[in-house]
Structure formats: structure tokens, C-alpha cells
Design a protein around this ligand. Structure first.
Ligand code: 28F
Length: 287
């Protein structure tokens, strides 16, 4: 076994231990906000795949026993051996901190997530995490426990489509306050992400209700932030019917604006960069 592999392994273990020792450094807190941040880190990687032009539908399923499943119909995480680690690329994404989904620097145009850093952080803070990749007509699966490989990537079946699925259970040793997800918190942000990423369908299902049928809400807005402004103004009397909409790309950077005046005295301005809300504003909002 070449010693750089051992060095790699030590770096992997140190990275994940660092996350478990100081989770707040990576997800802000270990309270409910930090718990929900786990979902956003995984969803952001699917959104990156949508922004790259390959994913049109993301599904988030809140399952019994505080388990979350996120599925996308993108290309499927790569399974080829990673040049540096000699391990399958998908294993590297989930075990190497800052390796992320874009470790060869081929970043997508924009990425709300921490450039794929999120996947290994979620893995380190989960009692267990299973990733399933549908690619090349097959389904490959790998499971981790508290960030460590518990079984190697292996084929579990065949598939007529491509995509990635991540199922995880947050570690109650880390999230001692609660590991229970709040439906409205997830619903609100999922709807907002659908507004911010026009044409992308995002579906939320709550299968925790053992008695009744699961609750499913699906959001897709072809009009994007234009529809967001209409939604925000739906109970207001607006002083002009048509929503002002501007979209412009310069040097690969795109800016979008949607504006509609209502007859109120309070102005509600919501600005975002890469899907992340910027409550303090910034040059984009000034512009
Ligand atoms: C449920 C969570 O994480 N989806 C993802 C992809 C697709 C590719 C990718 C991700 C390494 C060097 C990029 C596939 N084929 N869902 C997800 N889908 N990561 S994460 O690649 C990581 C590459 O740069 C992908 C060709 N290119 C990229």
C-alpha cells in the first residue's frame, strides 16, 4: 500500500473528525437550523447539477425516523477512480473535506452550495448515509457511518435513467436538541429555491404520517422570480399590472430583477446571490 494512500487516509479521518469536533464551524449550529442545513447542503449539489443544465427535478422526502432522502435526475455522481485518492470519485466526494463535487476546479457557473464541500460534512454528521448513483444503465450504492466508509461502492441493480440519490440520518450524538425536521421550514425554502431557479421542479414529500397518505407538494415556476414577485404581491393592490423584469448577462455573470409596486408604504426587497439570501444587501441590490 503506497504511503501516499495512508497519508490520504489520515487526511480523510482528520477532516471528518474536525467536522464532528466543531460542527458549528461547518453548519453554523447543532440546533434545528444546523439540522436543516444538512438538507440544504445536499439539495445545493442537486441544484448545481441543474445549473449545469443536466437536472430538471429534485425530490426531497422526509421519511419516518428522521431520515431524509434527496434525489435528482442529473448525470449521476462520477464513479470512476479519483486520480488522487484512487477511490471511486463518489466516495471521495463524501469522505474528503473540501473535495466536493467539483474537485477538478471545473466549477459550474454558480453554486449556492459550499462548492460540494457540503456532502462530506453531511456525511460526517450523519449516523449513516447512503448514496445511490444511477449511471451507465446501472445503480451503484455506497454506505457510510459517521463519515467512514462502511461498505465499498457496489452495483445493486439496473436503471433506465441517470441521477443521484442521498439518504441520511442525522447523528443524534451531534444534534442533541432535536433530529426532527420541520415541514414548513423545508417547504418554505424549497418553494423559494423553485422561484429562484426557473423551470426547475422541486418536490417535497412528508412520509412520516404513518396513518394517512404521504403529503406531497411540488413547485416549478417557468417565470422564476417574476412569479415570486406576483406571489409576494398576491394580497396587495399593485399600482401597475405588469411586473418589471430584467435579465442581463455580462462576462458570464447573470443578473435578474423582478419589480412591482404596490400601494403600501413599506418596500419589501429580497436580494440573492447564487440562491443565497443577502439580507444586508450589496452591490447587486444597489444596482
Ligand atoms: C442528491 C444529491 O449531489 N448530485 C450531483 C453530480 C454530477 C456530477 C458531479 C455531482 C467532479 C469534477 C465535477 C457527473 N458527470 N445530488 C447530487 N450530481 N457531481 S453531485 O461531478 C463531480 C465532478 O467536477 C457530474 C459529469 N460531470 C459531473
Amino acid at each position: 500500500m503506497s504511503n501516499n494512500y495512508e497519508a490520504e487516509n489520515i487526511q480523510i479521518l482528520e477532516g471528518l473528525e474536525a467536522v464532528r469536533k466543531r460542527p458549528g464551524m461547518y453548519i453554523g449550529s447543532t440546533g434545528p437550523r444546523g439540522l436543516h442545513h444538512l438538507v440544504w447542503e445536499i439539495v445545493d449539489n442537486s441544484i448545481d447539477e441543474a445549473l449545469a443544465g443536466y437536472c430538471t427535478h429534485i425530490e426531497v422526502d422526509i421519511m419516518p425516523n428522521d431520515i431524509i432522502a434527496v434525489t435528482d435526475n442529473g448525470r449521476g455522481m462520477p464513479i470512476g477512480l479519483h486520480p488522487k485518492t484512487g477511490r471511486p470519485a463518489v466516495e471521495t466526494i463524501f469522505t474528503v473535506l473540501h473535495a466536493g463535487g467539483k474537485f477538478d476546479g471545473s466549477n459550474y457557473k454558480v453554486s449556492g452550495g459550499l462548492h460540494g464541500v457540503g456532502a462530506s460534512v453531511v456525511n460526517a454528521l450523519s449516523e449513516w448515509l447512503t448514496v445511490q448513483v444511477s449511471r451507465e444503465g446501472k445503480i451503484f450504492e455506497q454506505t457510510f457511518r459517521r463519515g467512514k466508509v462502511s461498505d465499498d461502492l457496489h452495483e445493486i441493480g439496473v436503471s433506465d435513467h441517470n441521477g443521484s440519490k442521498v439518504i441520511f440520518k442525522a447523528d443524534s450524538e451531534i444534534f442533541q436538541e432535536t433530529t426532527e425536521y420541520d415541514f414548513e421550514t423545508l417547504r418554505n425554502r424549497i418553494q423559494q429555491l423553485a422561484f429562484l431557479n426557473k423551470g426547475l421542479r422541486i418536490t417535497l414529500t412528508d412520509s412520516r404520517t404513518s396513518e394517512e397518505e404521504p403529503v406531497t407538494l411540488s413547485y416549478m415556476y417557468e417565470g422564476g422570480i417574476r412569479e415570486y414577485v406576483a406571489f409576494l404581491n398576491q394580497n396587495k393592490s399593485c399600482i401597475h399590472k405588469d411586473i418589471i423584469y430584467i435579465e442581463k448577462e455580462v462576462n458570464g455573470i447573470t443578473a435578474e430583477l423582478a419589480l412591482q409596486y404596490n400601494d403600501g408604504v413599506q418596500s419589501n426587497i429580497y436580494s440573492f446571490t447564487n440562491n443565497i439570501n443577502t439580507p444586508e444587501g450589496g452591490t447587486h441590490e444597489e444596482g
